[in-house]
Design a protein around this ligand. Structure first.
Ligand code: ADE
Ligand code: ZN
Length: 328
């Protein structure tokens, strides 16, 4: 069996960022929105660098206007995940894209997403859980509104709170109020750091937000003391190698620090971030990593067990995942 066929646990996937371009194009056609500028001639998403990527991303979300649209998006995304044999996915959902931060609207979007997820579970056995995500470049005040939506819908399905967006704007600590609100509501915490921010951004995430997982975090490799701190605190990194390569952090998979981080004892997991934007799938990430670092099925099994243990779902769900990984 190829490592690409193994069952997989994905902890870092942006719901809108996983939208197949053909799906967004179809919605644009139905809603008569002109999105031609965001696609390449080959039909992929067009962007030049990280900030421009965020702009393309947000332009694409303009056609996701109703709960029904998000239900259809969820079906399309989970079809792709299931094709990579993902058995469990945590995806980032932002109330800002789902009703503009209004709690009542957010509940309706959430219901549509959950209904589509139930259908996908029945069809493919794949499980989805949600992490409510604030958008850093929209600032701390907007994040409070997002955190309120998260706190009000926290439970078995909305299991975490996180932050994405432009790491160049502000500091992690600016969002401490929102992360505290989410924590008090029982949500588990993650934040993007150490992607475009250097090691300092990871230190801030740990010290100022007290998160237990970090989105990317790979630039921690530049600071030995930080690597030791990640190990000591048992922090899990949601690593997305293909995303980092396309956005220019590393030249290729062989230069990516995931192996060095793992060898140093850091808990690393493998995810895709915004797969159609980066021309990747979970399957491809495994193939590329196997090729670049010589990892075999036992390595990937161990990494998936790490991911299952770091998943924000309840204990019964986690035990079920561990059993499925063991039985495979
Ligand atoms: N939002 C969507 N993808 C992202 C990424 N890779 N980093 C930060 N924010 C994002
Ligand atoms: Zn991300």
């Amino acid at each position: 069996m190829s490592v690409a066929d193994l069952p997989k646990v994905e902890l870092h996937l942006h719901h809108e960022g996983a939208a197949p371009p053909a799906f967004i194009r179809q919605l644009a056609h139905e809603k008569k929105v002109d999105l031609s500028g965001i696609f390449t001639d080959e039909g992929g998403y067009k962007f030049t660098d990280f900030v421009n990527f965020l702009r393309t991303y947000e332009a694409a979300t303009a056609v996701l206007q109703t709960p029904e649209d998000f239900g259809r998006l969820t079906s399309a995304v989970l079809e792709e995940c299931a094709a990579s044999n993902a058995i469990y996915v945590e995806s980032f959902l932002s109330p800002e894209f789902c009703g503009g931060g209004d709690l009542g609207a957010w509940r309706e979007y959430l219901q549509a997403v959950q209904e589509a997820a139930r259908d996908a579970e029945a069809r493919h056995g794949i499980l989805l859980r949600g992490i409510v995500t604030c958008i850093r470049h929209e600032g701390p005040e907007v994040a409070k509104r997002t955190a309120l939506c998260a706190a009000e819908t926290a439970g078995d399905w909305i299991v975490g709170f996180g932050m994405g967006g432009d790491e160049g704007k502000g500091h992690q600590g600016d969002f401490a109020y929102s992360f505290d609100m989410a924590r008090e509501a029982g949500l588990r915490l993650t934040t993007h750091a150490g992607e475009f921010g250097g090691p300092d951004s990871v230190w801030e995430a740990i010290r100022d937000l007290n998160v237990e997982r970090i989105g990317h975090g790979v630039r921690a490799i530049e600071d030995k003391a930080l690597v030791q701190e990640l190990v000591a605190r048992d922090i899990t990194l949601e690593v997305c190698p293909g995303s980092n390569v396309v956005l220019g952090l590393y030249k290729n998979f062989a230069h990516h620090p995931i192996k060095r981080l793992r060898d140093a004892g850091v808990k690393v997991t493998i995810s895709t971030d915004d797969p159609p934007f980066f021309g990747t799938t979970l399957r491809r990430e495994y193939e590329m990593l196997a090729q670049a670092h010589g990892w075999d099925a036992a390595d990937f099994k161990a990494i998936n067990q790490t991911a299952a243990r770091a998943a924000f779902c309840d204990a019964d769900t986690r035990d079920g995942l561990l059993k499925r990984l063991e039985d495979a």
